[in-house]
Ligand binder design. Structure first.
Ligand SMILES: Nc1ncnc2c1ncn2[C@@H]1O[C@H](COP(=O)(O)OP(=O)(O)OP(=O)(O)O)[C@@H](O)[C@H]1O
Ligand SMILES: [Mg+2]
Length: 483
């Protein structure tokens, strides 16, 4: 329950530390969205403005051209024709050819696509540079009527948008049609106010509109590219920050767990130490009493001495366990003296030899003769080596090979103690736990053996590692700094 509560607290804490980066992520996404919108609006404003300027200029230009045309037509066609023929009849080819020549002369080289002249009375096209329009009626719309009322005006006819620029899209077209009244002029070139018809001048703006639309496309495309680059960079930064934060959170969780575990162990250690201490004395009394009892039983009830022996034996074992508890709970400060690790191993192995024989374990010893003497706590190191060797023997209930080797690595300045067995081995999961106090899979084990070994090696500034495969033996390696 407490564990679970702690876990949720941890998760909440790590979530809180991740939040600022979530915010950055959110800002980077929303910032990019705003930037995209802003770019679209900006490109639209720019292109619209450019189109407006283009139209205004084209319109002004068309007015000038049309005014000039109106003047030229009146002076060079209407007046001479009326004088010569009495009236204008464009159906007559020579009159039409004359008007056509005047119009083409007046608009030559002026970026004018078409010129059309509407009749004043019937909305009929009396002349057009586009032959098929001649004679049509009713084609002049509101612009024609406005011009007839004396007002210059124009209209744009466009097709296509930005999408038409995509490959396969229909070409963009844009025409500006400008309508002005076709006035009668006096000899001094002043208009009389009489309107004879309407002149329509058509300019093709497609090229300019395509250029402006391209500009709009380029702005959007460039912005998108910049945005994409920005997005990638931001993505990298956010991902990196995320990783750093995640790693920090993980590190903190680990440290907290470690702290938590060491606090618990310290409390446990104190408890174990005081209990073990209290048990030690009565245990001694029980043992010596059982000893005396055994001797007395010999005479009083012969044949029952083994009962007292069992008590002595079991109290001895209990005493061992209590001592192990005490060792773990109150790790002793190592008292360093120059020691030969080879001697330590030799002593233990001589002592273990009968048991190894009994258990059909073959011993292979390879102790290097070039070992420097190390400053070690002899007693503690003896214990550490003994614990490892005992574990190996226990791992080979059916017999096997126990190898013990020592080596001095000049390059690294390390003394290596290697103990290998051909016993049961361990899974990787098990290997992760074996140095944890009270981890055991033995009926009569305390699980403190390797925890004590680790404490001892740590106090000698050494390291211990294990290499094993389930069912395929285990190798323990201790590395101690020589010097
Ligand atoms: N050489 C080995 N081969 C296979 N398993 C091993 C070996 N050494 C240790 N282990 C595993 O590691 C566990 C922990 O060992 P450790 O020495 O700490 O405790 P223990 O031997 O179970 O009990 P204790 O040593 O306190 O009597 C063992 O229970 C065993 O499962
Ligand atoms: Mg053990």
């Amino acid at each position: 329950m407490i564990e679970r509560k702690k876990k949720t607290q941890d998760e909440a804490a790590s979530l809180a530390s991740l939040k600022p980066f979530r915010l950055i992520k959110f800002f980077s996404y929303s910032g990019l969205a705003v930037f995209l919108l802003f770019t679209l609006v900006l490109s639209w404003i720019i292109s619209n403005h450019a189109k407006k300027v283009l139209l205004e200029r084209s319109e002004a230009y068309a007015f000038v051209v049309a005014e000039n045309l109106s003047h030229q037509v009146f002076q060079q066609f209407v007046l001479p024709t009326v004088m010569r023929y009495g009236k204008i009849a464009l159906r007559k080819p020579e009159q039409f050819a004359r008007l056509d020549a005047v119009v083409r002369n007046a608009t030559h080289g002026m970026r004018i696509q078409a010129v059309t002249i509407f009749d004043s009375s019937e909305n009929i096209i009396s002349y057009s540079t586009v032959a098929r329009r001649i004679g049509r009626s009713g084609e002049g719309g509101i612009e024609y009527r406005k011009a007839l009322a004396g007002e210059n005006n124009s209209v744009v006819r466009s097709t296509g948008t930005l999408l038409n620029l995509l490959p396969g899209g229909r070409p963009i077209s844009s025409q500006l049609s400008t309508f002005i009244p076709f006035r009668q002029y006096q000899a001094n070139s002043q208009g009389t106010g009489i309107i004879l018809g309407v002149i329509e001048v058509v300019q093709d703006l497609s090229e300019d509109i395509v250029a402006i639309t391209r500009l709009q496309g380029t702005i959007i495309l460039t912005s998108m590219l910049i945005m994409a680059a920005l997005f990638v960079v931001l993505g990298f930064i956010v991902a990196r920050a995320d990783r750093i934060i995640e790693a920090r959170a993980e590190e903190r969780r680990r440290l907290e767990q470690q702290l938590d575990q060491s606090q618990r162990l310290a409390t446990l250690g104190k408890m174990v130490a005081s209990v073990s201490h209290e048990i030690k004395n009565p245990l001694g009394i029980v043992r010596s009493t059982a000893d005396i009892l055994g001797k007395r039983l010999k005479s009083v009830a012969p044949g029952n001495e083994h009962l007292a022996e069992i008590i002595v034996e079991e109290t001895g074992r209990l005493d061992g366990i209590v001592r192990e508890f005490l060792d773990f709970a109150r790790p002793q400060e190592p008292k360093m003296t120059p020691t030969s690790v080879n001697d330590i191993f030799s002593k233990i192995l001589t002592f273990m030899e009968p048991e190894l024989e009994r258990k059909k374990i073959v011993l292979e010893v390879s102790l290097s003769q070039e070992m420097p003497k190390l400053a070690l706590d002899q007693g503690l190191m003896h214990r550490a080596c003994l614990n490892i060797l005992v574990n190996s023997v226990q791992a080979m209930p059916e017999g096997g090979t126990l190898s013990v080797a020592t080596r001095y690595e000049k390059a690294t300045g390390l003394v290596l103690l290697v103990v290998s067995d051909t016993g049961l081995g361990m899974s990787p999961e098990k290997q992760r736990h074996i140095f944890t106090p009270f981890y055991t899979d033995k009926n009569r084990g305390t699980g403190l053996g390797l925890a004590i070994v680790k404490n001892i090696i740590d106090s000698h500034q050494g390291t211990i590692s294990v290499d094993s495969k389930e069912g395929d033996g285990a190798t323990f390696m201790i590395a101690l700094p020589a010097g």
